[in-house]
Write a new protein. Structure first.
Length: 94
């Protein structure tokens, strides 16, 4: 167990706070610079909150063609048929 000052030393916390405030100002400057490059378009609050929260940006929903949906459905039906067949064999073996 370390001896001496506790982790909650006011001087250390004050220095950390100053460092984080400087980093925050740098980030805000970069945000302003990027917005200027975008032509001043406003970014929605929810988009900036999600970006600061570390969440991935929302993706648009993928659109599948009708033929792709049919192929996927047929493949899934085939998998389920094989699964049912295997379960039926397992049930008869008891």
């Amino acid at each position: 167990m370390p001896r001496g000052r506790s982790k909650a030393d006011p001087t250390t916390l004050a220095m950390a706070l100053v460092g984080y405030q400087i980093e925050k100002e740098k980030i805000e400057d970069k945000i302003r610079e990027i917005r200027a490059h975008l032509g001043g378009r406003a970014v929605s609050v929810s988009a900036t909150e999600s970006a600061t929260a570390g969440a991935a940006p929302a993706r648009r929903k993928r659109v599948l063609s009708a033929s792709a949906r049919r192929r996927i459905a047929a493949a899934q039906r085939k998998r389920w048929a094989e699964h049912r067949k295997k379960m039926a064999k397992a049930g008869k073996g008891e």
